[in-house]
Design a protein around this ligand. Sequence first.
Ligand code: GLU
Length: 511
Amino acid sequence: MSREVRVRFAPSPTGPLHIGGVRTALYNYLFARRHGGKMILRIEDTDSQRFVPGAEEYIIESLKWCGIEIDEGVGVGGPHAPYRQSERRDIYLKYAKQLVEAGWAYYAFDTPEELDALRKEAEEAGKTFAYNYEVREKLPTSLSLGADEVEARIARGDQWVVRFKMPENEVVKMDDLIRGHVEVNTSTLDDKVLYKSADALPTYHLANIVDDHLMEVSHVIRGEEWLPSLPLHYLLYRAFGWTDTQPEFAHLPLLLKPTGGGKLSKRDGDKMGFPVFPLFWKSPSTGETARGYREDGYLAEAFINMLALLGWNPGTEQEIFSMQELINAFSLERVSKAGARFQPDKAKWFNAQYLHTMSDEALAAIYQPILKEHGIEVSDAVAGKAAGIMKERMTLTTDMWDLTSFFFVAPTEYEEKLTKKQWKGDNPAMLAKFREVLAAIDDFSKENTEVVVKAWIEANGYSLGQVMNTLRLALVGAGKGPGMFDVTEFIGKQECLKRIDSLIANVTPVE
Ligand code: GLU
């Protein structure tokens, strides 16, 4: 690639960032890093009606959590600052006027009533209304009014918009890095608004093209929902005379519902119990909440790994990728045209894979804050060891406490099923004797304890299952947990004896 790669993620702050948006950011980032280029974050907030407070902060925090680094943009700065479009509002009017002067755009003064009348007329004639070459001259625009009249209307403060003058019956030929060659006849397109005097702001189309040009963007990688805008964007580059430096385009496939049909929505997540947002979100205006991957117990690395493979494939069987491996392997050629079906179970599978192979140190870093919430203060080594013993049974980080709490707190209740099965017959007397065997062991390491205990079991004619399950009732209080010698070593002799005493003292054997 001869040109410096410069890509941008350009979200509109209209709510929490959907995981489809995170994937768009991720593919931009992977592409930038793969080609030694720059990743820009531009906030497209020119639609004041749809602006949601807190959304921009949410976007930035989400990218940070995911490990998607921004080289230039909001929160970072850079040579083309500012990167928030509302702070660039003075830039755009000049470009709108430039298009009017060159005959590529025009002022329109129509009122909603005038538009309604035309809409009705079209309906009565059995047509769908479009603001295009057929109607623009029937309306008060700079194409139908004299220059003096246009000036007079602007001078007296009438509201106006600038609309793109979409050519009639011309074939726009476009190339997309994912979809290949695409052609569209302009007669099927309407005259989009580019600028509005009412709020002195450009619309998405104008701001987006002007900024991509000024920010020297080389590749536009974005969601498929923007493909219908591509002919207009091509024509805008032509109208401005910027075709030489026009970016290349890549439109990413949709993320589909688990059932396949249609775009993945928050409702699908609510119905089937999985998040469609990276982080927990609470709307500052309505108080409405949405669950997030982070809070639901997913690791950022696993979440990113899962997202990367929704729409892209490495061409091999490999499924587990670190960010660096993704950077090395990523290419737009391997992004599919077809929508990618979201699979909630696969998301869990990825998370489990990451947890199962984590070092005790890494597990400790995740577990320590959870332990603190439960009032447990231990060293990192202890936290990591507890989580490490049980990691293979974990799917989410939120499983950690349930799976390992017995290492830190003695049972206060005993599972009914296990009690009924174990706390009867000879077992209470056996456990009292067994207590003395444990009390006499000096080296309480699991290896030594196992040798001593097994010898005692054999010598006394007990079964291993009988002794271990009764011990499990005393130490764990339930039929779960790792091997009993892992538990005895972890909690230590004194705590073992205390828990045995407590069972004997507090629970009446079953008849
Ligand atoms: N602001 C647009 C969005 O929210 C950006 C589309 C584009 O990347 O051109 O998706």
